[in-house]
Design a protein around this ligand. Structure first.
Ligand code: FAD
Ligand code: FES
Ligand code: FES
Length: 482
């Protein structure tokens, strides 16, 4: 059964022939089956924002989250409130976001407009203040190629002061049932056409006993591209995003344990508090739509050499808890990445938790991501370094890099150079040589090998300037670096 509420109306799909196959996207369901053609398809890869809708899980909270319908599987709509651009106005009475867009002439061809409206809808109904920064975060995943952003931003600044119609279902909050599963009906793929949504570890384990070769999905922000870009079908897709135990964060005196299905959005406040540079990195990872859905477990399991969080987690000595029908095992993240996109995960095994130690007194974590754009862009290179400062001496140094090898990797030679020494200009030059010795990065569309080596080495110079003083040079460097 697939049940959700679309613009306030309950949709129930309980006939096997009604239910979309596992690989179908929410966008396909909305446009092709439910005729919500206001929601557009541009790139089908999460990059343009034309397909943005807003969803909310009424059993969890009242927050509307903007998501890319093109890379959300239709099965994940289950139990959600869904808002599309068609649902906002009442005849000619526009929602305040729409009215502000009209008042500020914020649309020309209009193709991008439904996506902008839905991203702003999510911001409009959020608790947060509307500032230049919150607008940038909300719109970082929406492209407009003909109006230009100034009028859209002006509409955003004025939308809460604009009169308009807000339908009662937008602010009401009544739960919908979650998909009820048992080991029995989990084992009969017809009931859900290959899409399984367990809600606890016990259900997940029972399910894995029956499925030979399941594919796992959490936020789908990587996996769904296999379907939309490479036209792959998934026979059995097991959704980890609703498994309660995988969505929790636990903190004790010196450890943080993060469920693999915790989203970036959920994680941001914790990281900002415990690891400020890691927290800041999240706002450079994808777009708001991606951060609402993408998970830490997905970023690790995806094993991309340019994934943003693995180098940071390597620098932080993260440990993974892995779960399969055979039981639970623990593995250092460092032993998880084997070769390009190859990991130590066994068949039917998932990452269940990620454990990291909090920073000890005098310990620091610095993270820098280099990419062509500030928002919604993948790294050309990423440096994460954790160290303890003993006067001017660096101790217990761990350096990890993204974009420099086939896997996210520690820079052992650079660590050896830095360990037990003050970070002087001469040391930075030694690190430059050590990096060139230990890494042979690729040249590709993002950056040349030479750029990757030179720019990454320059980040150590940046660190030196930061540590040596707070003089004008450092401030200038910081102000211009992004
Ligand atoms: C527009 C856009 C921008 C992006 N920008 C960035 C960026 O700036 N930086 C970056 O690092 N990434 C970026 N990504 C990639 C992606 O968002 C991240 O890698 C994200 O963390 C993936 O998490 P997910 O939950 O969506 O994974 P999914 O897509 O659900 O899964 C990814 C892979 O991991 C597996 N998997 C998921 N969870 C588990 C688990 N718990 N155990 C075992 N296997 C699992 C899946 O089977 C799949 O193979 C971007 C993606 C898009 C579409
Ligand atoms: S169609 Fe471009 S983000 Fe979905
Ligand atoms: S109005 Fe044409 S792309 Fe934005």
């Amino acid at each position: 059964m697939l049940t959700f509420r679309l613009n306030g109306e309950t949709i129930v799909m309980d006939q096997p022939s009604d239910i979309p196959p596992a690989h179908a996207s929410a966008l396909e369901l909305l446009r092709e089956r439910l005729c919500m053609t206001g929601t557009k398809e541009g790139c089908a890869s999460g990059d343009c924002g034309a397909c943005t809708i807003a969803v909310r899980n009424p059993t969890i909270g009242a927050e509307w989250q903007s998501v890319n319908a093109c890379i959300m599987p239709a099965g994940q709509l289950h139990g959600l409130d869904v808002a599309t651009v068609e649902g906002l106005a009442n005849g000619s009475e526009l929602h305040p976001v729409q009215a502000a867009m009209v008042n500020h002439h914020a649309s020309q061809c209009g193709f991008c407009t439904p996506g902008f409206v839905m991203s702003l809808f999510s911001l409009y109904h959020a608790d947060s203040a509307i500032t230049d920064q919150s607008i940038s975060h909300a719109l970082g995943g929406n492209l407009c190629r003909c109006t230009g952003y100034r009028p859209i931003r002006e509409a955003a600044l004025q939308m809460r002061a604009t009169e308009g119609h807000i339908a009662p279902w937008i602010t009401a909050q009544a739960p919908l049932p979650r998909l009820t599963t048992s080991a029995q009906n989990d084992a009969s793929p017809e009931s859900v056409r290959g899409f399984y949504q367990p809600t606890c570890i016990a259900q997940l384990s029972a399910l894995l006993e029956h499925l030979e070769q399941p594919r796992f999905i959490a936020g789908g922000t990587d996996l769904m591209l296999e379907s939309t870009q490479r036209l792959k079908d998934f026979d059995h897709l097991v959704d980890l995003s609703q498994v309660d135990e995988l969505r929790t964060v636990n903190e004790d005196a010196d450890t943080v344990t993060i469920g693999a299905a915790v989203t970036y959005h959920q994680l941001a406040p914790l990281l900002e508090r415990c690891f400020p540079d890691f927290g800041l990195l999240l706002y450079r990872l994808g777009s708001q739509q991606v951060r609402y859905r993408g998970t830490l477990g997905g970023n690790i399991a995806n094993a991309s050499p340019i994934g943003d969080t693995p180098p940071v987690l390597l620098a932080l000595e993260a440990q993974l808890e892995l779960l399969s029908p055979e039981g639970v095992r623990t593995l250092a993240l460092e032993d998880f990445f084997i070769d390009y996109r190859q990991t130590a995960l066994r068949a039917r095994e998932i990452i269940s938790r990620i454990r990291i130690n909090t920073l000890a007194p005098h310990q620091q974590l610095k993270v820098w991501k280099l990419s062509k754009r500030r928002d919604d862009d993948i790294s050309a290179s990423l440096l994460a370094i954790r160290f303890t400062l003993d006067g001017e001496i660096l101790r217990d140094v761990r350096v990890a890099l993204g974009g420099m090898a086939a896997i996210p990797k520690r820079a052992y030679q650079s660590e050896a150079v830095l360990e037990g020494q003050p970070l002087t200009a001469a040391q930075v030059e030694k690190v430059r040589s050590a990096l060139a010795d230990e890494f042979s990065p690729l040249t590709d569309a993002r950056a040349s090998s030479h750029y990757r080596l030179a720019a990454t080495a320059n980040l150590f110079e940046r660190l030196r300037l930061q540590l040596s003083s707070t003089d004008i040079a450092t401030e200038l460097l910081d102000a211009t670096a992004d």
